[in-house]
Write a protein that binds this ligand. Structure first.
Ligand code: LMR
Length: 400
């Protein structure tokens, strides 16, 4: 009965790792998926995460019971504080509902399904380009996806005029997906002044902001600064949705730990919204896993561990920045044609190189360097040892 099923293509991002794993070359380099690697090219478990896990293991009173449908209560509270700020009026007025979800993707999906059931407008505007999974998550979640201009390939920066025009002509009430910081894949963020203009435009038109925050701490190295865009939208008293991930900033990729929040107009509305979120979650995966959320709660509740986390997070962000400089210098040293200053200007985990899909295919075939076909490279996968190899490959790709 399944004979008609056709072979599906690999995922454009996770499929890069599948291809990389099959390559026997000792020089192969995976710059596809956004996952942090050490200078030695190894995955990193943060020391503070190891400490938290040890503490959890030593606590014999811990059991493996089901969590409530919305997850670990303390995790939810601490996650809301982390993203909105401890002094956020929305939190103090109990207008925020936060539910533990399966990392950023799961949070986006729960948000989409909630909106499809309870919001009057089904259209969500996503930036061009955006994370490859966004359109699929929202479409399958029951929303209809439209786009707004974001990146300008000519300047390798923000197409702010295009963005304002497209959001300006969106129908009133439409949902708008915004990357809170460290835009994936471009590494290009609006300035705070531009965020303020976006906010004013969106509020004046009644557009509903849905933030994807997957990189808090990775843009500037500071957690509060990287939540600024969201906090501007909360400060004006309006509604706002946020999907939060701990994959990158705590290195908890495979633990699938994240949170979805809705800032409502009143505590009463927030309570009712939460009751409906439970109806979305229960038939989907019943309730979320306990381990990752317990690690996060252990770290966020303890001042000493929290401080250790911020130091380790900053070290990851700084290493990525130094990789940007090393790659830029290596291309300059080779006299590679083109202006590569965007490598040091862009922020977060990725550089949107401007290389086209043929050049990417060439680098994979000849240099065993794996990256997404849109020319995005994960700077977090690079090290001083591998920069020369990448620079040689880029040089060869653009001069052939
Ligand atoms: C990425 O963009 O590489 C990450 O967000 C990982 C993923 O799930 O695609």
């Amino acid at each position: 009965v399944f004979a008609h099923v056709v072979q599906a293509p690999e995922d454009p991002i996770l499929g890069v790792t599948v291809a990389y794993n099959k390559d026997p070359s000792p020089n192969k380099l995976n710059l596809g998926v956004g996952a942090y690697r050490t200078e030695e090219g190894k995955p990193l478990v943060l020391n503070v995460v190891r400490r938290a896990e040890q503490q959890l293991v030593n606590d014999r009173s811990r059991v493996k019971e089901y969590l409530p449908i919305i997850g670990l209560a303390e995790f939810n509270k601490l996650s809301a504080k982390l993203i909105f700020g401890a002094e956020s009026p929305a939190i103090l007025e109990n207008r925020v509902t936060t539910v533990q979800c399966l990392s950023g993707t799961g949070s986006l999906r729960v948000g989409a399904e909630f909106l499809a059931r309870h919001y009057h407008e089904r259209t969500i505007y996503i930036p061009v380009p955006t994370w490859g999974n966004h359109p699929k998550v929202f479409t399958l979640g029951g929303l209809s996806v439209k786009t707004y201009r974001y990146y300008d390939p000519a300047t390798r920066g923000l197409n702010f005029q295009g963005l304002l025009e497209d959001l300006g002509s969106a129908p009133s009430g439409a949902i708008v997906l915004l990357h809170a910081c460290a835009h994936n894949p471009t590494g290009v963020d609006p300035t705070l002044e531009q965020w303020e203009q976006i906010r004013q435009l969106m509020r004046s038109k009644g557009l509903l902001p849905f933030f994807d925050s997957a990189y808090q701490g990775f843009a500037s190295g500071r957690l509060d600064a990287d939540a600024q865009s969201i906090r501007m939208f909360v400060a004006d008293g309006g509604e706002c949705l946020v999907a939060q991930s701990y994959a990158k900033n705590m290195g908890l990729y495979g633990e699938r730990v994240g949170a979805f929040s809705i800032v409502c107009k009143s505590a009463d509305v927030a309570r009712r919204v939460e009751s409906q979120l439970k109806l979305v979650i229960r038939p989907m995966y019943s309730n979320p896993p306990i381990h990752g959320a317990s690690i996060v709660a252990t770290i966020l509740r303890d001042r000493d561990m929290y401080n250790e986390w911020t130091v380790e997070l900053k070290a990851m962000a700084d290493r990525i920045i130094s990789m940007r400089h090393e790659l830029f210098d290596a291309l300059r040293a080779r006299g590679t044609p083109g202006d590569w200053s965007h490598i040091i200007k862009q922020i977060g985990m990725f550089t949107f190189t401007g290389l086209n899909s043929e050049q990417v295919a060439f680098m994979t075939k000849e240099y065993h360097i794996y990256m997404t076909s849109d020319g995005r490279i994960s700077m977090a996968g690079l090290s001083s040892r591998t920069v020369p190899h990448l620079a040689d490959a880029i040089h060869a790709a653009v001069t052939r």
